[in-house]
Ligand binder design. Structure first.
Ligand SMILES: Cc1ncc(C[n+]2csc(CCOP(=O)(O)OP(=O)(O)O)c2C)c(N)n1
Ligand SMILES: [Mg+2]
Length: 338
């Protein structure tokens, strides 16, 4: 008997131990690297050196889990502004991330033009988002349509927050992708806030995944602090997309461990006890505990890895700080109708 698409995606996740230990340690490396870079960016912002930070903290497992199910250099990634961990897995280097933060000429995302966290790299097939939230969802539908027309089997993976699913772009993109059975994966990272607006004032459905039914595609809700669960759900969605069975909507339920951005003061709308309780669900701590429990990473190895990451973050910061700013002569380059 063949399982229906939804049943197949929701089938119990039993493959955890089948991933090699080396892959699991690599996953942890990317989560820890994303966290360390993110924390450094906040320090640089508070020291007056970086204009703006918008954090990935609490979303790392959802992003690393998903990105490990994609094929680097083949699949298209259209991340939103919290997508630091996803772009690192897809091949963006810490130095490239810092070049964008400092608006340097060599920033691969925009040559120092865009706000930080608008990740893009032609080399890595990472497509930068516009600042109006949700535009990348329609771009992902368009790219997957082009891929289908060309007869390729790459997928377009895009991410966005739950607040963004109230935008028309979300509706139009999912509808188009379902009608044409496009190889697209829509990952909603639901952290239950859109800046200061809690989810209950944003939508009347229980789960963003419920919305998939209305478009005619499978929708799956997964604990986004569980790296391996997100990996497995995304792996199944990628398989579906590559064999021509169409798109999937994945809701990864995550925690936002910081204020919305470096320009936001969440103490005005979020009780501190709520934040304290969310810290109990820190995906990084959860994955370290998993690795320890399964004898996959000793305390000494974890310490060594953290030291190596700290050195990597230092080197990236230094290299980017010393890199050249864009030449003022290039100010009007790429500006339409200047
Ligand atoms: C079209 C549009 N409306 C409003 C904004 C301002 N804005 C930036 S981020 C954001 C919140 C988005 O929330 P969500 O989609 O849940 O993502 P999160 O930041 O929580 O990860 C808003 C309203 C914007 N950038 N674009
Ligand atoms: Mg949100």
């Amino acid at each position: 008997m063949t399982l229906s698409a939804e049943q197949e995606l929701l089938a119990p996740i039993t493959l955890r131990s089948e991933l090699p230990a080396e892959t699991l340690r690599e996953m942890y490396h990317y989560m820890a690297l994303a966290r360390a870079l993110d924390e450094r960016m906040w320090l640089l912002n508070r020291a007056g050196k970086a204009p703006f930070v918008i954090s990935c903290q609490g979303h790392e497992a959802a992003q690393v889990g998903a990105a490990f199910a994609l094929q680097r250099g083949k699949d298209f990634t259209l991340p939103y502004y919290r997508g630091l961990a996803s772009v690192l897995v897809m091949g963006m280097t810490p130095t490239e991330v810092m070049l964008a933060l400092f608006a340097r000429a060599a920033d691969p995302s925009s040559g120092g033009r865009q706000m930080p966290a608008h990740y893009g790299s032609r080399r890595l097939k990472i497509v930068t988002q516009s600042s109006p939230v949700g535009t990348q969802i329609a771009h992902a539908a368009g790219i997957s349509l082009a891929e289908k027309i060309k007869g390729g089997d790459a997928v377009a993976w895009t991410s966005f927050g739950e607040g963004t699913t109230s935008q028309g772009d979300f509706h139009e993109a999912l509808n188009l992708a379902a009608v044409h059975r496009l190889p697209a994966i829509f990952q909603c990272e639901n952290n239950e806030y859109a800046i200061s607006v809690p989810i209950r004032q944003q939508m009347a459905v229980n789960s963003v995944a419920d919305r998939a039914l209305a478009y005619g595609m499978p929708g799956v809700s997964v604990d986004g602090t569980d790296l391996l669960a997100v990996y497995e759900v995304t792996r199944r969605a990628v398989e579906r997309a590559r064999r021509g069975d169409g798109p999937t909507l994945i809701e990864a339920r995550v925690v936002r461990l910081t204020a919305h951005s470096s320009d936001d003061n969440d103490r005005t709308y979020r009780p501190q006890r709520e934040l304290r309780s969310l810290r109990q669900h820190d995906p990084l701590a959860r994955f370290v505990a998993y690795l320890h429990d399964h004898d996959l990473l000793s305390e000494a190895e974890a310490q060594e890895l953290r030291a190596q990451i700290a050195a990597e973050v230092d080197a990236a910061t230094e290299a980017a700080e010393q890199a050249a700013l864009p030449d003022p002569e290039t100010l009007a380059d790429h500006v339409y109708g200047s």
